[in-house]
Design a protein around this ligand. Structure first.
Ligand SMILES: Nc1ncnc2c1ncn2[C@@H]1O[C@H](COP(=O)(O)OP(=O)(O)O)[C@@H](O)[C@H]1O
Ligand SMILES: [Mg+2]
Length: 376
């Protein structure tokens, strides 16, 4: 059992507090992403987990062992960096063999690696591990090549392979796809997810890209301001965010935010129009969050506006609509058949079931669902 637990981790660089008491519990075999804007402390947290950085306070546990003061090499975690850090003068096979040589051989055996001291059977056993990792990653035909003869995606796979041969407790990855072009990045997302399903080893993956987090992870931890704001399944983070900050961070195009108010009668109003019923919450000004796919064009729509921009993605068209009485533009998803032209008038409604309400502090105001009669 190798669950990972981070407890009350704090870290400051000089006067700058970077981590303000971070707690995170990762189950054995999970694919976790740490996601948040640049500078929010993701890499620092990952490096503390790896042992490459020392926390000011808090504890790191792997399985039943407190590793807070354990040196990195004894934690048996494999770090895969954004810069692949491959040895340029060694072949792919030798690059993948190196961590095994460093770990498994005595000093005497390491030196004459091609010589008589390293028994043939031992060398064969090590090469078998390299072969098996290469097989999993589908890079067997690349083994004789040098890193300079590989594409970015192939180098990324070799870097993963070098981590895999050590059979680590977990893979730690810091923005491993950011050097790749857009198409390859999307392809590698599905490869990494598939690799994770085959290996069933814990992945802790750092990214600033919410799309990577949503597409790959079992659970994602959204970090901001030195805290984890929310930790959960991508679906839940997207559909049911705890705060305006999380709601705005995930999703592309982003969620629409529109001023509204909850009145004494428990109704939610936007521009004087009744949107939904919000039981059990006090009268207050609120921010209404509604995603582009939950605004529906309709001739009888409550809201009216003019199309200012059309974002054509082929399968979907996002219409940017200047709404009467609102300062901000509303973005709504239309299917290409509803393709309104620039300057056209459109009317739309908000799906009341998918409206998210936030108070003046940005905390979620949950709409309590009216109780259903319980059948005896
Ligand atoms: N070694 C360091 N010395 C001083 N400041 C650092 C150091 N490492 C990181 N920082 C600062 O800590 C903050 C968080 O950095 P980092 O963890 O790299 O963020 P992220 O990976 O989320 O982009 C940033 O403001 C960064 O400038
Ligand atoms: Mg970083």
């Amino acid at each position: 059992m190798s669950s990972i637990s981070l407890r009350e981790i704090t870290k400051a660089f000089g006067e700058t507090k970077v981590l303000n008491g971070v707690n995170l519990d990762i189950q054995d075999g999970e694919f976790i992403t740490l996601v948040g804007p640049s500078g929010c402390g993701k890499s620092t947290l990952l490096r503390i987990l790896a042992g490459l950085e020392t926390a000011d306070g808090g504890a790191v546990r792997i399985g039943d062992t407190d590793v807070t003061h354990t040196r990195p090499s004894a934690r048996n975690l494999a770090m895969v960096f954004q810069s692949y850090a491959l040895y340029p003068h060694l072949s792919v096979a030798q690059n993948m063999l190196t961590p095994l040589l460093l770990r498994d051989l005595t000093t005497a055996e390491r030196l004459p690696i091609l010589g008589p001291l390293l028994s043939r059977s031992k060398r064969r056993a090590l090469m078998d591990q390299v072969d098996s990792a290469a097989q999993t990653l589908k890079i067997k035909d690349l083994l004789p090549r040098k890193p300079g003869q590989l594409s970015g995606g192939q180098r990324q796979r070799v870097a993963l392979g070098r981590a895999m041969v050590r059979n680590p407790v977990a893979f730690l990855m810091d923005e491993p796809l950011s050097n790749l072009d857009a198409a390859l990045r999307v392809h590698m997302r599905s490869e990494l997810a598939e690799l994770h399903r085959r290996l069933k080893t814990t992945f802790v993956y750092v990214t600033h890209d919410q799309a990577e987090a949503l597409t790959m992870s079992d659970r994602m931890a959204v970090m901001m301001g030195g805290h984890i704001l929310q930790f959960g399944r991508p679906d839940d983070i997207y559909r049911d965010p705890d705060s305006l900050a999380v709601a705005q961070f995930v999703g592309s195009p982003g969620i629409n935010t529109i001023p509204g108010e909850i009145a004494d009668n428990g109704q939610l109003y936007v521009q004087g129009k009744r949107i939904a019923t919000v039981h059990g919450t006090a009268r207050q000004p609120v921010t209404v969050g509604i995603r582009p796919e939950h605004l529906t064009i309709s001739h009888t729509g409550q809201f009216k506006g003019v199309v200012r921009h059309r974002e054509n993605l082929g399968s979907d068209i996002f219409l940017h609509v200047a709404v009467e009485g609102l300062t901000q533009v509303a973005v709504l998803r239309a299917n290409p058949d509803q393709a309104a032209t620039l300057g056209a008038q459109v009317a739309f409604d908000m799906n009341p079931d998918r409206v998210l309400v936030f108070d003046s502090q940005g905390a979620r105001v949950r709409m309590s669902v009216p109780k259903m009669a319980v059948m005896a």
